[in-house]
Design a protein around this ligand. Structure first.
Ligand code: PMP
Length: 418
């Protein structure tokens, strides 16, 4: 059980220290107990801890909205707050549906999502998800999206070669939209990395192609940057890497630097304007949470963004990303490492029983879980997704700390798969 933390380390009730190799699930960007965030929260406590956003704004929420608009892709000018990643995506789906209703045409009820996608745990987000494990139990409750193949290369069912895989997957999308675009409200995607699927990474150009095709067929593009946002991929947002401006963007996780739940869904003036009109016109967006835009969380988020600026966090990522690449190259040659995948500070190390024939370990062998247990013995917290060992350290980790953490992973993989 965790009792305390210090920098990028967690400390359990017996005083043992562990590197937080998953940033407490993508959120603790600057590590734990970051003085500037601690102080911002205390300062805000001296003003007001909570006030409803129903019909009122509050100062930190107002200021944060302006800053989010300033750092996200062009055109995302409007901010709607909620409380976690799932609801940020749920909001985007509901907003997209209602946007089309306000166009005065027949409802568009379909969403397109990728096979293996994960967008959250609410009924709407599980509906657009593609991971059977999370889907199966709730199937009778869910609406059915149109799934398109995930361009994950190593596992792609259309082509293993990256260039070919991206093109073939995009061609399927084009075909689906050519036939069904009039019924499709939006396409939702985790840009660059499908996280919960096991850090599956799309080949260069795929995201930009998706933007081009969705624009051609007038379908809203929803970027779920809940995991990839706030520097994780090496840029502030993954969409930047392919100069993609989505119509809606869901943010959460790293938004408060790992301090409190907060989420935001950003959208364009065009989508926002479709909701204007008096209450009687029933154009209101029907969604709201009690803690929406909580001032303490927004104060933490403002401090988080200030740290990004003042400590030049993004600018300092280059050597860390390079160190990860070097260590992964050394791990790629291990006998039971099928593939190493990296996008910025997101890493997936996929284990294989037989690497050359791509034969996975059996469920009972649980190689991924065993590696993570072994790493825990050496003072590192990491997580398995099946047999993919995932590693996403705080952006604040030094090169030396990254090297130490990856050395523990290499040792654990070697020992477990020997
Ligand atoms: N979208 C993505 C891409 C995620 O990785 C997650 C969480 N792992 C979510 C949405 C849901 O976020 P939350 O757990 O905060 O509801």
């Amino acid at each position: 059980m965790i009792a305390a933390a210090n920098g990028i380390k967690l400390i359990d009730t017996e005083g043992n220290e562990f590197f937080d190799g998953v940033s407490s699930l993508w959120v603790n960007i600057h590590g734990h107990r970051k003085a500037a965030i601690d102080e911002a929260i205390v300062r805000q406590l001296g003003q007001v801890a909570h006030t409803t956003m129903l019909g009122l704004a509050n100062l930190p929420a107002y200021e944060l909205a302006g800053q989010l608009v300033g750092i996200t892709p062009a055109g995302l000018n409007r901010v709607f707050y909620s409380d976690d990643g799932s609801t940020a995506v749920e909001v985007a789906l509901k907003m997209a549906f209602q946007y089309w209703r306000h166009q005065g045409k027949p409802d568009k009820q379909k969403f397109i999502s990728l096979e293996q996608a994960y967008h959250g745990d609410t009924v709407g987000t599980v509906s657009v998800g593609g991971i059977d494990l999370f889907h199966r139990v709730f199937k009778p409750l869910l609406f059915t999206p149109v799934h398109i193949p995930a361009p994950s290369c190593y596992h792609c069912r259309l082509a293993a070669d990256p260039a070919e895989c991206g093109l073939k997957c995009a061609a399927v999308l084009e075909q689906v939209l050519a036939e069904q675009h009039e019924e499709v409200a939006g396409l939702i995607i985790e840009p660059l990395v499908q996280a919960a699927a096991g850090m599956l990474m799309s080949p260069p150009g795929y995201l930009a192609k998706v933007r081009e095709i969705t624009r051609k067929y007038d379908v809203l593009l929803i970027a779920d940057e809940v995991a990839t946002g706030f520097g994780r991929t090496g840029t502030m947002f993954a969409c930047e890497q392919e100069a993609v401006a989505p119509d809606l963007m869901a943010l959460s996780k790293g938004i408060t630097g790992g301090y409190m739940p907060l989420a935001a869904t950003l959208t364009t003036d065009e989508v926002y304007n479709a909701f204007l009109g008096d209450y009687a016109a029933k154009k209101t967006f029907y969604h709201g949470h009690s803690y929406t835009g909580n001032p303490l969380a927004c104060a933490a988020a403002l401090a988080n963004l200030r740290i990004f600026r003042e400590e030049k966090v993004i600018e300092g990522l280059g050597p860390k990303i390079a160190a990860i690449a070097d260590r992964l190259a050394e791990m790629a040659v291990l006998a039971h490492v099928g593939q190493v995948r990296q996008c910025g500070l997101i890493v997936g190390i996929e284990l294989m029983l037989d690497k050359s024939k791509k034969v996975p370990y059996s469920w009972e062998q649980a190689a991924g879980a065993s590696v993570c247990r072994q790493a825990r013995k050496y003072g590192l917290i990491i997580r398995p997704i099946g047999d993919v060992v995932v590693f996403m350290p705080p952006l604040a980790s030094t090169v030396a700390e990254i090297n130490t953490m990856l050395a523990i992973i290499k040792r654990s993989v070697t020992e477990v798969t020997a």
